[in-house]
Design a protein around this ligand. Structure first.
Ligand SMILES: [Zn+2]
Length: 249
């Protein structure tokens, strides 16, 4: 075999390799796009990062991605809540100063299943709370208490105040000053029980186990979660905070 024909053969096999590679890439890429974007949805929406969040859909690795998009877009946030039956009628944004106010404001009175004492809060806090209720609180109530949660008891969300610490007030502003948090003190069950953190956190099974499970599960949907084990300021409530550095105590 001459030098040139050996070279030609090499070039031919290289070209044919790249041609086949290109065909594979186009098929995979095009096929992937078709699977995701096709109107007949061969991929269920909860596995499809291009679709909007649906609160009641099963949780998949794609859910966090869909949730983050809804948290960043008020219209999408409100649409997800409305689709799930969450009662959160819109209110005008509250503008106080650079530390205090509520954007994406509404009056929350009903999650997917549980009712609440009406509370002014933000769409993002409501959306995280609805994900927690639907994917953590209600399943844990079924598993551990054999019932459903009909009411979520709270002590408010918006509060224009500096952060409180066990050492006293410090210079930062509380996430409550922007309604980015909500404080939950207890829950009512469909079979007539009222659980409170104060009375039931240290109590016997299964109520204490239920409270601990929903506290741990809150860390999947809120970035900062503080409970009775954190410090005495939280002996009677869960502090559930959307933005933050990932702290769960
Ligand atoms: Zn709080």
């Amino acid at each position: 075999m001459t030098q040139t024909s050996r070279r030609r053969r090499f070039l031919y096999s290289a070209a044919s390799f790249f041609f086949r590679l290109a065909v594979v890439v186009i098929l995979l890429g095009g096929g992937g796009w078709w699977l995701l974007a096709h109107p007949n949805k061969p991929v269920p929406s909860y596995w499809n990062p291009l679709r909007d969040l649906k609160i009641s859909a099963p949780v998949t690795p794609v859910t966090k991605w869909q949730l983050n998009r809804a948290l960043a877009n008020e219209a999408q946030c409100r649409a997800a809540l409305a689709e799930a039956g969450v009662q959160f009628p819109a209110m005008q944004d509250l503008i106080v100063d650079q530390n205090c106010g509520i954007s994406g404001r509404g009056l929350l009175s009903q999650l997917v299943t549980a009712r609440m004492e009406p509370v002014e809060t933000s769409c993002t806090t409501t959306l995280r709370l609805a994900m927690w209720e639907n994917h953590v609180v209600q399943p844990a109530a079924q598993d551990l208490l054999g019932t459903e949660i009909t009411r979520l008891r709270h002590i408010g969300s918006y509060n224009c105040r500096p952060m409180r610490t066990a050492q006293g007030e410090n210079s930062g502003w509380s996430s409550h000053a922007r309604a980015d948090s909500i404080d939950v003190i207890g829950l009512d069950t469909a079979d007539g029980r009222t659980l409170t953190l104060l009375a039931d956190w240290q109590r016997n099974e299964p109520e204490a186990a239920f409270l601990r499970q929903i506290w741990r599960g809150a860390c999947d949907w809120f970035r900062v979660v503080l409970g009775p084990d954190f410090n005495r300021l939280h002996a009677d409530h869960f502090h559930l905070q959307g933005p933050g550095w990932g702290y769960c105590r």
